[in-house]
Design a protein around this ligand. Sequence first.
Ligand code: AMP
Length: 285
Amino acid sequence: MTTSLTLALPSKGRLREPSWSLLDATGVAPQEPGERVLQSHCRNADIDLLFVRADDVPEYVQDGIVDCGVTGLDLVYERDYDVEVLLRLGYGTCSLQAAVSLEDSAQSIEDLDGRRIATSHPRLAAQLLAERGVKAEIVRVTGSVEISPRLGLADAIIDLVSNGSTLRTNGLRSLGKLFESEAVLVGRRDGSNKEAQATLTTLLASVIDARASRYLLCNVQKDRLAELTALLPTTGSPTVMDLATPGLVAVHALVPSAQVWSLLPQLKACGASAILTLPVERMMP
Ligand code: AMP
């Protein structure tokens, strides 16, 4: 008998929306979307969904309450949960950074030796500082870490930063990154349902890879084809097709989304016309 795969998703917070949208893009959205739903089943796949706080996901997976789940990598390492990181999901990206108030004399993370540091990631912070040979007194706080120096609770903070605006608003200056985090799919190390877990991982990976690519189409004179294909940042071979107009060909290629902006003017300079870029829904090698 086969049993459903059980998947825990963040029920609120920063990781909720992108996790739901990723699941939706794989074509296996929950049957009952909604703010208050705690459990659901997927529409097109035998997956039972449980909606819990991102912090609780690694524990649910470790204890075998669910087969896999989506959470932040920082949360997995902070509590040292025994789970397997199956896939990096490409959203919820942030870094654990050390910061001090603008007037503080520290210039580097090493300058925090012997000082008091407030953080809501005490375990991870202590480990990362020890790896750099920095001995500091860790002050555990649960919320609003960034006001700790102003309150006199600590000399510095170690906190998650995505764009740095919270640090700036609170008069803090970053001393550098200690750890990079993003949303991850984690699974049980032991346990059953390994096959279904692998299928889900492949499905999610196909959407994540596709999001990082654009399908590029353009037309170019045949005598400039070699020049144009040399510009394409693609690993595979582009498709080249003769058009009804003699001497003109169409070129199709998969290119990294991040390079489209710089590529377009180069294609134009090479005489390309009718340039189109399209989103890719799914990509499987
Ligand atoms: P939540 O507390 O439910 O909003 O989720 C917090 C998780 O979102 C963290 O554990 C990180 O993995 C991730 N995250 C991404 N950017 C940030 C940020 N700027 N501050 C805090 N958490 C972030």
